[in-house]
Design a protein around this ligand. Structure first.
Ligand SMILES: [Ca+2]
Length: 173
């Protein structure tokens, strides 16, 4: 791991199902000349939600770029600066990349971001029903579902399935 001058890890991977990403030395100011990259890595088949709790970067010279995947040229989901707290973000893949750049002078408070991951891969266990009142049972395919209350008995109801169907092109019969 690489540490910034002030001791907060500036490059690291987050692999827990949920967690918090803070700018270096948050909320005391993050310092200068930073190029930090954090990867949030969830189980394959999962998506990652970001919630911005606090955000204050010197505009436009210090900014945070959120990419959908681990590659340098992965799709940019958002690029943020200034003091407006961004709205929630959800990845399309199971890896989110946060790149934080700060120039040579001036600092804001920084940021406080919490993330959580959610299984997004399902197998149809009972798919006989087509009308909207019938419950279709899906089994979650992610190995690491941390919160069983989200998917009671590894199943979700039709309303959830319908939502996922469009996102995943789930094969309805
Ligand atoms: Ca700056």
């Amino acid at each position: 791991q690489c540490f910034s001058q002030i001791g907060f890890p500036c490059m690291s991977n987050f692999t827990a199902a949920m967690g918090t990403v803070l700018s270096p030395d948050y909320p005391e100011g993050y310092g200068n000349n930073l190029n930090c990259v954090w990867l949030i890595i969830a189980e394959p088949g999962s998506r990652i939600h970001l919630a911005f709790n606090d955000f204050d970067l010197e505009p436009p010279y210090d900014f945070l770029t959120v990419r959908d995947g681990e590659l340098v040229d992965a799709v940019v989901l958002g690029r943020f600066s200034g003091a407006e707290v961004p709205s929630h973000l959800t990845s399309n893949s199971n890896i989110l990349q946060l790149e934080f750049q700060a120039d040579h002078s001036m600092s804001g408070r920084g940021f406080n971001i919490t993330y959580s991951s959610e299984c997004f891969s399902f197998e149809c266990v009972s798919c006989s029903g087509k009308d909207s009142h019938q419950k279709i049972i899906l089994k979650c395919l992610c190995d690491n579902v941390q919160d069983p209350s989200v998917y009671p008995q590894s199943s979700v109801s039709y309303s959830l399935i319908f939502h996922y169907a469009f996102a995943l092109s789930f094969p309805f019969h």
